[in-house]
Design a binder for this molecule. Structure first.
Ligand SMILES: [Zn+2]
Length: 361
């Protein structure tokens, strides 16, 4: 029996998706042709398109997909009753698989292939032997000192509003990504808020890169001092850094060059990130040095996070963990602390234009 043209149309995306899942391209191929070729082109155009409207196109896409899936299944189930046969169910499953494959391929082409790039530490000088408990403590102490130092200037400058896109931050990102070899500057996404905000609130999600139209979605509850660092992280994802650790690393480097508010925001974020890696006693000793101002900002963040619904948070994290693992990032949620390893193992802090004191060893 020859397959009908309709069957062939449905079979093609399934076959391509299966090939991409079972025999993915090598990291070098992805870096050369996708990350440094196709992706910057796709990114520039998709983000320019979605920047045209303040509405989150991600929400519209999700709503549209939900409508199509529900509508189609109502149709197939009615056919089952009318035809008194289960054949429409088979047709429905096949069409759903084909549709799912199209969405998966869209995700891969628009952003997801960035997961298959070589790890960032293979592309810049990285010395693993520098990562010692003393160096981690040194980094935490540095973050505390720098947060104390930059607090007043940051508050004098003021923090961006939730929908702002500070040019100092995008300029800094362009500088950092150029140093890392991106052929053209990222078209930054105008930050949007989403229908998913209640979920972000419940799950403690600060922001998200929405993969279909390459948008930046932010949790509207973020406090002022949090916003520049979160925005820098999300824009680093947009630049093509998929793993959390790489996005945080690139985000910090950009924020540290982007004026007082962004600089302070990044240091304050690193205070939590780095002190979280310390033993409780050391952590207390290091955090004692944090002055009243930054401490107050930290308390405001803690208050915001109090609204977290724990079971939702756990479910969200384990789903996210699964997703990361399925994308080949072995450490899963543990990859967050890898940003500390990246900061210490590379010369990022000593080579930065800021030239803060290197963490003591
Ligand atoms: Zn992220």
């Amino acid at each position: 029996m020859k397959p009908s043209p309709k069957t062939l149309v449905q079979l093609t995306p399934i076959a391509v998706a299966a090939v991409m899942a079972l025999a993915p391209p090598s990291a070098q191929t992805v870096e050369r042709y996708y990350a440094r070729g196709l992706y910057p082109f796709i990114q520039g155009n998709l983000t320019a398109l979605s920047n045209r409207s303040p509405v989150a196109w991600f929400d519209v896409t999700l709503g549209f997909l939900l409508l199509i899936v529900t509508g189609s299944w109502i149709y197939w189930l009615r056919r089952v009753r009318r035809e008194k046969s289960i054949k429409p169910i088979a047709r429905g499953l096949f069409a759903t698989l084909a549709g799912g494959s199209v969405v998966y391929l869209w995700f891969l082409a628009a952003w997801g292939l960035n997961y298959a790039r070589p790890m960032i530490e293979t592309q810049i000088p990285f010395d693993e032997s520098r990562i010692t408990p003393q160096a981690v403590r040194g980094l935490a102490e540095l973050a505390v000192r720098e947060a104390n130092r930059s607090y007043a200037a940051a508050h004098a400058e003021g923090f961006p509003a939730i929908h702002d896109w500070p040019t100092a931050l995008s300029d800094a990102l362009h500088q950092v990504e150029r140093e890392f070899g991106r052929p053209s500057p990222t078209r930054v996404a105008h930050p949007k808020t989403s229908m998913l905000s209640p979920f972000y609130r419940a799950a403690g999600v600060s922001g998200q890169l929405a993969p279909f139209f390459l948008e930046t979605l932010l949790n509207p509850d973020l406090t002022g001092p949090e916003r520049p660092a979160v925005l820098a992280h999300e824009w680093a994802h947009l630049s093509g850094y998929a793993p959390e650790s790489a996005a945080s690393f690139v985000g910090y480097l950009a924020a540290w060059r982007a004026g007082p508010a962004a600089e302070y925001s990044a240091w304050l974020d690193l205070v939590s990130e780095s002190t979280n890696q310390l033993q409780p006693v050391t952590q207390r000793l290091v955090l004692e040095k944090l002055e009243a101002g930054p401490r107050q900002d930290q308390e405001a963040i803690r208050q915001r996070l109090k609204a977290l619904v724990r079971p939702v948070e756990r479910a969200a994290w384990s789903t996210y963990d699964q997703m990361l693992k399925s994308q080949g990032v072995e450490e899963g949620v543990r990859s967050y602390s890898r940003v500390v390893q990246l900061l210490i193992g590379t010369e990022a802090l000593t080579a930065s234009r800021l030239k803060p004191q290197a963490p003591s060893r």
